[in-house]
Design a protein around this ligand. Structure first.
Ligand code: S3P
Length: 215
């Protein structure tokens, strides 16, 4: 597959995968590596709605949350909101920028350089919610506007990452983890441009793999 490179055009790098796969941590590492802003879809929804994800689910249900999610995704991909309002991390000053080169154990490392250009200001990293790919219209938008990376993980890895803290993840409270994972696996695969098996990799190593694929 030919990736549009970040050097020659703008790109939205979307991270998808089940709850606990590390989308947010990988997004932060990738932001540092590539010098691009990172936006978290859930955080954007929370900011826009003025309520936590848990409260939205509890008060209005999953279907309402999905409506908000689709609207938020559409806003972000259509540039309807200023990135400044939704940034987790700001883009570093525009200049020739040399990302750090890591010698991470056994992982792919990013050793390139990414000259900052005007068109790079349109590029950003988008960390999706675990269920964003459930709605076909969301997948259509993602395919049209993004390079989608599926961070695929074994159930044991996900459970390890999630630990005991499931208070902010309403769908996990009711159990059914395995069934949900099975049901969604083909949806992640269908939405993805690239699939990365993340089980034995650190967020930094995963970010290195993605950086190599897009630059
Ligand atoms: C959900 C995943 C959550 C959040 C919401 C629903 C899902 O995001 O969007 O609780 O349906 O899998 P994370 O994957 O970031 O936890």
């Amino acid at each position: 597959m030919t990736a549009r490179t970040l050097r020659s055009s703008s790109m939205i790098i979307a991270l998808t995968g089940f709850m606990g796969c590390g989308k947010s941590s990988v997004g932060r590492e990738l932001s540092t590596l590539l010098g691009l802003p990172v936006v978290d879809l859930d955080q954007y929804i929370v900011r826009k709605a003025g309520r936590s994800i848990a409260d939205i689910f509890a008060e209005d249900g999953e279907s309402f949350f999905r409506d908000l999610e689709t609207e938020a995704l559409s806003d972000l991909l259509a540039g309807k909101c200023t990135l400044e309002n939704v940034l987790l991390r700001r883009t570093p000053p525009k200049q020739a920028w040399v990302p750090p080169s890591y010698d991470a154990e056994g992982g792919t490392v990013f050793k390139g350089t990414l000259p900052r250009q005007d068109n790079a200001k349109e590029s950003f990293i988008l960390s999706l919610g675990g269920g964003t790919i459930v709605r076909p219209e969301n997948v259509r938008m993602l395919k049209e506007k993004c390079k989608v990376f599926f961070l695929r993980a074994e159930m044991e890895t996900l459970k390890l990452h999630l630990g005991g803290d499931q208070s902010q993840r309403p769908l996990l409270r009711s159990g059914g983890f395995e069934a949900l994972l099975q049901e969604r696996a083909p949806l992640y695969t269908a939405a993805a441009d690239y699939i990365i098996d993340i089980d034995r990799l650190s967020p930094m190593q995963i970010a290195g793999i993605i950086a190599n694929l897009v630059t």
